[in-house]
Structures are given as C-alpha cells and as structure tokens.
Design a protein around this ligand. Sequence first.
Ligand code: ACM
Length: 693
Amino acid sequence: VTFRYGFRFLVASAFVLVAPTLLAQVQTALMPLPAKLEMTSPPQLLRLGPTFSAAITGPGAVDPRVRPAVLRALHRLSRQTGVFVAEKVSDGAEQVTLLVTVEKSDHAAPQQLGDNERYSLVVTSSQARLVAEAPLGVLRGLETFLQLVQVGTGGIGLPAVSIQDGPRFPWRGLSLDVSRHFIPLEDVKRTINGMAAVKLNVFHWHLSDDQGFRIESMKFPKLQELGSDGLYYTQAQVRDVIEYAYMHGIRVVPEFDMPGHATSWFVGYPELASAPGPYSVIRQFGVFTAAMDPTKESTYQFLDVLIGEMAGLFPDAYFHVGGDEVDPKQWMANAEIQAFMKKHSIANEEALQAYFNQRLQKIVAGHGKHMEGWDEVLQPGIPTDVVIQSWRGQKSLAEAAQKGYEGLLSNGYYLDLMFPASAHYVVDPLKGETAALTPEQQKRILGGEGAMWQELATPENLDVKLWPRLAVIAERLWSPEAVIDVASMYQRSEVISRWLEFQGLGHRTIPRRMRERLASSLMAEGSAAALDTFAEVLEPVKEYTRADSVGGYTQSTPLNRLVDSIPPESDDARRFRELVDHYLANRQANRADLDAINEQLLRWANNIPKVMPVLTSNALLKETVPVANNLQQIINSGLEALDDLKSGKAATPDWVHSQIAMLEAAAKQKAEVLIQIEPGVRKLVEAAGQAKK
Ligand code: ACM
C-alpha cells in the first residue's frame, strides 16, 4: 500500500488505514508538503542513535553552502531529539546514515531568482539518501529530513519514505518592516532560520518608512543619525545578514520606500521633501503627507548616490523602491511643483508619481538592478522590467501580468492583520482574477510574500506574530496547487509549530514568559498558569482595529499587555468550535461530544476564580476583568444550552433570544481581545432552541 495525498496523508482518516501499533511511525508532519511523497509499506523506521553518521558526495559538494548546512542539520538533529549526534561530515563515504549527493555546483553568490531547489529524499531502514541537482536542493531537503524525525513507539527516527520535491513558485518571501519598530540583528537572523526551515527563499527588508531609517549610509549619514533614534544596522551588520541569508538559501531584497512613507529621510535632508519642514521622525502610525519632491533634479542626484551606495551593498538583482500610499497634499500645495506639472503637461498627481518612477527606474537600472515596487508603481510608461508586488490583490496582479510585468502577491498574506492561518492558506497567487490569465502570463506571477508590518509588534513578540502562520503561507507558495486541505494543514501546523521552537523560535514560549511578567506582582503559585488558561480562549482584535483605537498607539507605547502576549489564532478556541461543529453535524451519533464540550467549558469556568485575583492585582491586567466577566457569561450560556441538548427538551424562544443578545454583547472586544469560543457557544444556544424530544 502506498499512501499519497489522495488519502489525505496524515489526517485522522488516514490513520485507520494502518495498524494502530504503526501509528507512531507514520505520524509525521511536513510543512510545506512535498510535491510527491510515498510511504513504504509496511512502515519502517530509520533509527537515530549515537552511531549516526553523515557524508557528502558529488561534484556540487564544493559549494560553500553545502557542508555548513549539513553540519547545522546535525546540530539541529541533536537539539530536536536529545540524541547525541557527532557533528562531523565525511567526504565520499557511502556507508553512512545520511548520504547527501549534490550533482552540480552552482554559480557564484549571490543566489538568483529561479535557482534550482529540487531534491529527492529516499529513506530506508538503513539509510537516508538526499540527492540534489544543485546546492539549494540540499538545503531544502535537509529541512524535510529534520521534519521527518519523530519520537515514536519504535524509538527516535524517520519513517521510510520516498520524496521527490521542488517548489511551485520561485519567489517565496517574507517582507519585514523594521521601521515602525526596529528589529535587532539577532532577531533578524532567528527569523531567517525560521524562513529557511519552511523553505522560504526571499527576505524582503523594509528598511525605511516615516518612523525610521534603519540602515547606515556613508554618503548621507544624517539619514540614520537623525532618522533612527540610534536604532539602525551598520553596513557591516547588513553584510553579515546577507551572508547569513545566503548560507541559508535566502535572497535579501532591500526596500527603500519612496516618494511617500519617507518622513524619516527628511529629518536630516529636508530639501528632499515637497514642503520646507522642519521634519521629525513620525511617532504615530498611518499614512502621512510628507513626500519627496519629484520635480527637482537635486532629488534624483541624491537618489542616484544613495541607490548606488545601497546597490553596492545588496548583491541581489532586485531593488524595491516602495511607491505605496503617496498622499499628494504636499504636491498640490506647492506652487513650483504645480508649475512644473503644467510646463511638462503632467495631468495630475498620479501622473507625477509615474514621472518620478520613470526617473527612478532609470537610476535603479543604471546601478544594475531590476526595480520592484508596490502596485502604485504600475503606471503608464513604466518599463516591463519592473516587478510589481501586490498589496491590493489578484486583480491588480492580473492586470500587471497582462501588461507584461512580473508580479508577487502579498494581499491575503498580511500577518499583522491577526487573521487565522486558514484565511491565509486559501489565498493562492493563481486563483481569483489571475486564474484567467494565459499560461504565459501566469508564468509572470513569481510567487508571493508574507508581510509583517511592525506598528504593533516588537522584537519581543515578533515570533508570536510570525509563527506558525508563516509556515502555512510557505506551504501555499511551495506545495502543489492541489494541497488545500485545511484540516490537514492545522494538524501539521501544530506539529511544525512545536518543531520550530526546537529550531530556536520562541512563539510558544514567549507568550508564557510575557504572562509570567504580567502575573509576577501577585507572587502566588499558579498565577501565570491561570493567566495562560484564561488566554486560551482569546485572540487579539483583527485588522487595524487596535491601531485605530481611541488614543491610538505611538512608537513608544509599551506593548506589554495581555493582548500583546496572545497568538493571533487560538488553537484551543478553534478546536472547541470544531468540536461543536462535529456534534451538530450529527447530534444523535455524536452525543458523546456533549461531555467533551461540557468538560472543556468547565475547565475554563473553574479557572475564572483563579485568574480573577491576578487580573485585579495588576495595573496592566485590570482592563481584562470585563473580559473574564464576559467569558463567565458565555460559558454559563453554553452550559445551560448543554443541559437542554442532553435532556432533549427545546429551550424557549425567549431564552434563546435573550442568550443571543447577551452573547452578541459579550463577543464585542474589550481590552482589544476577542473571546473566540463565543461562536461555538452561540451555535449550541441556537441548537438548544431546536432541541428534539
Ligand atoms: C502597503 O500595505 N501599503 C504596502
């Protein structure tokens, strides 16, 4: 028997196909799922132990990335299993546990778009053979190898599998904003580790915005000196990150956002702007009016020097110039700019930005780079050499591809919106308006990028915002189009989420640490645990509700409250809702679910008296007392509905109405968090109203 995706590999329904004693050996979760995977039958295990050995063969072994990657994998193997593995690699030996073969070396650095990432991984009970045509395939295959390792009843090891794999899209990235809140070097590197672990290959570094210019310029030092509060990367640090990313199979594309989103530049160089200033670094969030003056030659002279400097620092062939959300107010208010437009027959401010972009593209191309920009740079007269990154959606991407531009999708992949993984998972660069493109046009869709805007994220909780949802986006961009099963995605992402912690990420441990801090004033045993249990049912508010809230946030608002400690998606709340749905799908057959639902609600209810003293004892937590009260009401409502559902007598319409009204009120955000078991409870209440005798 061969298990393929047709059987929804790894979902519960597949487990019944094998004997229960073999479960441990097939309980392996990969993310992204490989293009082709077969498990041998009967299942076999390649055991891991202290005799583990590794070797590299093939002409490609000379590539500088290969040997360090294998050594890192051995180190990580030890870390994730606790098994001592010698961190040495021999050359050419065939009788080893892990044999890596690289058929060809590759061109010199930097990594290029479209470099070969394919690999095959065949695991038998005696050996794992990883074969790649080129070095990047080794890096990708090693991640699959590490993800396959599990602790099972048969011991620690890998199931015997045969995998043939390669990416669906050549551009799979993360765009990380380091302007709104600076992200220090070590956190950037940790993020790159995570990206490599899920086979992403582009780190898009959003280095400048209104709230900070985050990179050292030797040519224009006032950019970082006056525009960053001292929070910027030196050029040596940038080179370090680029080398680090290269060794992890990741390209680094810098973004310098212009002509809008550029206030931080104008603090040191107000002559670039379209109004005299003076300017200071923006502390609020939103879209601001300051914009470069596209009519002055001195602006282009400045940009030519700066882009020349940065193009020399960043070896990637692509250079991102932003271009999004330009507010034309300064242009409209400036008589000289208006006169320039009239003289050059520039009809409106949009056309003025198009003029700016045409000039900019020549500068970027003059320094040997392809220009990349957000949707707004797609205007008449822009050469098709420009890559369009779409924050607006597939429609905009489809238009770009029809006109001959290459493009990337980021709409639908905004991780700062706090949407569940499933919302990102269903977004496909080639579904929607792009589905109607010709095959030739579709080839211009290079892939996509998750985007993490940092208004409300910090170095402390960055991991919580990124993982594991970024792994889910990575799967969408790597795995075959047909890999769309949401249940399978969630089952695997829970496993991969734990695995990612062993790769050095902190998305599971950081929330606990933040709550230890919140609970510390009480000095009572169990306080943080009570807070953890309380937080299980909560999620942060969605979209930009927080940023828009009364009083607003600034760059220096502490992000240390309960809402800052909770992951964007509650697995516990999701599983609760799934349990309710399972029960309601067949109320007779699934009556046992009622006990499980009851037990879960009681667990959260019994925690409320424990958490209440924690919430009232701390200035940062007081705001969540109403949340706990609302949770109590929601749970009471659910327990009453369960009583009716168990007894089979229908609840009265009056009761249902009053409960729904109460639930609606209790579901409204308080302290910027949502109680995410409420939709499940509401379904129980509605069902209780229709209870059968
Ligand atoms: C963007 O979201 N303004 C790129």
